[in-house]
Design a protein around this ligand. Structure first.
Ligand code: M6R
Length: 603
């Protein structure tokens, strides 16, 4: 949801702003730009397009300046035009601002500023901030006071960075409900939406909290409260990831790399201390009601969590999409809200947690990004340690989240005496086998799935069916297909089909079915009856299936026999590959699908 990068340095910026926004492009990529100080003037270079396209047109590299800010945009207010691209400046071009978030009261502020004679060059909410700072500066003559005065007038969410020739050695930055961090380097300091903005240069970061602003110079920084102006002593967090991990490492796309990282990500998650899982289990056991929250993929992870807790722990929890939670939130001090988020910054999930906390609920989360808002705001966080997920489309993070909810369900199942010790040992062994089984699937089935994807890439409509715990898997698989291929794919429970959607089935609509192993008994039989229903209407059914006797599929990807507990994970990996290869067949922008952003930090 827009990426911010900034550098202030003893040395020329050179390519560092370009690299910063390049590494943040997964947050938004419809336009981008830089502002830097040259001979005490602000120079702006911006345009529509990706960072590389704008670099070709405007040259964002080899900058001799020592102070600069940059932005890659995901449009919210105003169309994708050069005028609406950031940075934005004040009338006299004395303040340049980049922004992530939404200013709720921008219309009122814009009208007031217009009356005072300010002229606007864009349709954005961001531009008013530059003019507001200018307005305050005219009165007080001090950049920091003008900055603070302007910020205090803003309502809504913002992460901001600003430069001005009146303070040529500084970057001003601030955060309220949108992430912003400072990178503490040697002879250079940085600002960024996240550490990808500067991970090549430093792993030391200072994470701003809501209501804080920073003043960053070449060799120092200070963080202050926006309300009181008091200096805040902030800890330096060392990012545990290497910049190499954020690179493609020989794969054509991050999505394929991240699919292939799943065995390792699962191993890491299996090594997360049992105490960490036990703490959340304590919280679930103590709560009268547990809500599992996520949105998009993480909602499907939460739904998976609902099924696995019911299955293994005989426990009834509610999974709710974070964007809807506010409408049904009945939490109180006896409730637990357990959120799932890769980025830890998703606005709807952050807001739902905040709301639940205000009502006295306990909170916990499974999060991938260390130091993210959600990781810091909850009572207990399980950091999943899956490493950076750069592709906008979530794969390894989601699969690991499902695995961690399975571990949680096992822990609670044992405590509630639903799972006997021998069964528990069997389940543990199944989980330990999962990384190897994913590896086998990737090695042995990728070619088959790729060929199928290329064969069927012309199909415009898909139904993805699953029953029981395969239902959230089918939903997640359909979302992968939609996101990365732009093909319509609708996930639903197998039993739901005959209540309406069956009317769509013809030879042009393809159906994908996730079939459980035959050891699942009735679930397997019922799933196969859905296959029959579609076939009887002349539909083509593509199946991920464990049983060679499942011979009614029009086309079948054979999965190696496995334990029931981990059986939903393997068709999920298969479906990730199907979506990926269909996207490459259609020459889609795999890592940055149109209209999407990795981290949705606005309402
Ligand atoms: O960072 P989060 O996990 O909180 O993000 C939630 C969704 O925005 C995210 O899962 C989205 O649906 C992805 N594009 C899925 O691939």
């Amino acid at each position: 949801m827009c990426g911010i990068s900034g550098v202030v340095s003893f040395h020329p910026i050179d390519d560092r702003l370009y690299e910063g926004v390049h590494h943040l492009e997964y947050r938004g990529y419809d336009s981008c730009g830089v502002a830097f100080l040259e001979n005490r003037h602000i120079e702006i270079r911006k345009d529509i397009g990706t960072v590389d396209e704008v670099d070709t047109k405007r040259n964002l590299r080899h900058l001799a300046a020592h102070v600069g800010i940059a932005h890659t945009r995901w449009a919210t207010h105003g169309k994708v035009t050069r005028e609406n691209a950031h940075p934005h400046t004040s009338c006299g071009c004395e303040f340049a601002v980049v922004h992530n978030g939404i200013i709720a009261n921008y219309k009122e502020l814009r009208e007031e500023l217009k009356k005072k004679g300010h002229k606007f060059g864009s349709e954005t909410d961001t531009e008013i901030i530059a003019h507001l700072i200018e307005e305050h500066f005219v009165r007080c003559g001090d950049v920091e006071r003008a900055w603070v005065g302007a910020l205090r007038q803003l309502q809504g969410s913002f992460a901001l960075a600003m430069i001005s020739p009146h303070e040529p050695e500084h970057i001003f930055c601030a955060r309220h409900e949108s992430p912003l961090i400072i990178g503490v380097g040697a002879e250079s300091n940085y600002v960024g939406s996240d550490f990808n903005a500067f991970i090549d240069y430093t792993k030391n970061t200072v994470i701003l909290d809501d209501g804080e602003y920073g003043v960053v110079s070449k060799d120092s920084y200070s963080v202050k409260s926006l309300r009181s102006g008091d200096v805040i002593d902030k800890a330096v967090t060392v990012i545990p990831w290497d910049s190499e991990l954020s690179r493609k490492g020989g794969y054509p796309h991050y999505m394929l790399k991240e699919i292939h990282e799943q065995p390792q990500a699962v191993r890491t998650a299996l090594n997360i201390a049992s105490d960490d899982i036990a703490t959340v289990a304590d919280m679930v056991m103590a709560a009268k009601r547990t809500y599992l929250l996520g949105v998009g993929t993480t909602y499907y992870v939460a739904l998976y969590g609902q099924y696995i807790l019911a299955t293994l722990a005989d426990l009834d929890v509610s999974s709710v999409s974070s964007d809807e939670f506010r409408y049904i939130d009945k939490t109180d001090a006896s409730s637990l809200v357990l959120a799932v988020s890769q980025s830890g910054e998703t606005y709807d999930t952050v807001m739902s947690l905040r709301h639940a906390k205000e009502r006295g609920a306990k909170t916990a989360a499974v999060v991938n990004v260390v130091g993210s808002s959600i990781a810091r705001m909850v009572d207990h966080v399980i950091l999943q340690g899956s490493g950076p997920e750069v592709c906008v489309v979530s794969t390894k993070a989601a699969l690991v989240q499902m695995l961690l909810l399975t571990r949680l369900a096992l822990e609670i199942g044992v405590r509630r005496k639903v799972i006997k010790p021998a069964k528990h040992r069997e389940y543990e062994a199944a989980l330990t086998a999962l990384p190897g089984e994913i590896e086998t699937l990737l090695n042995e089935q990728s070619g088959i799935i790729r060929a199928a994807a290329y064969r069927h890439a012309h199909i415009q409509n898909w139904l993805f069916l699953g029953r029981g715990i395969y239902y959230p898997i089918a939903l997640e698989a359909a979302l992968k297909m939609k996101e990365v291929t732009y093909i319509h794919a609708e996930g639903m429970p197998g039993g739901f089909l005959k209540h309406g959607t069956l009317s769509l089935v013809d030879d042009k609509l393809y159906t994908l079915v996730m079939a459980p192993p035959p050891s699942c008994g009735e679930l397997h039989a019922m799933t196969m009856s859905s296959v029959e229903e579609v076939k009887a209407r002349g539909g083509f059914v593509f199946g991920f299936s464990y049983d060679e006797k499942d011979d009614i599929f029009s086309e079948r990807v054979a999965l190696a026999p496995t334990h029931e507990l981990i059986s939903p994970f393997l068709p999920l990996v298969g479906a990730q590959l199907l979506a990926y290869f269909t996207a490459t067949a259609l020459k889609r922008n795999v890592d940055k699908p149109r209209s999407l952003a990795k981290s949705v930090t606005v309402a």
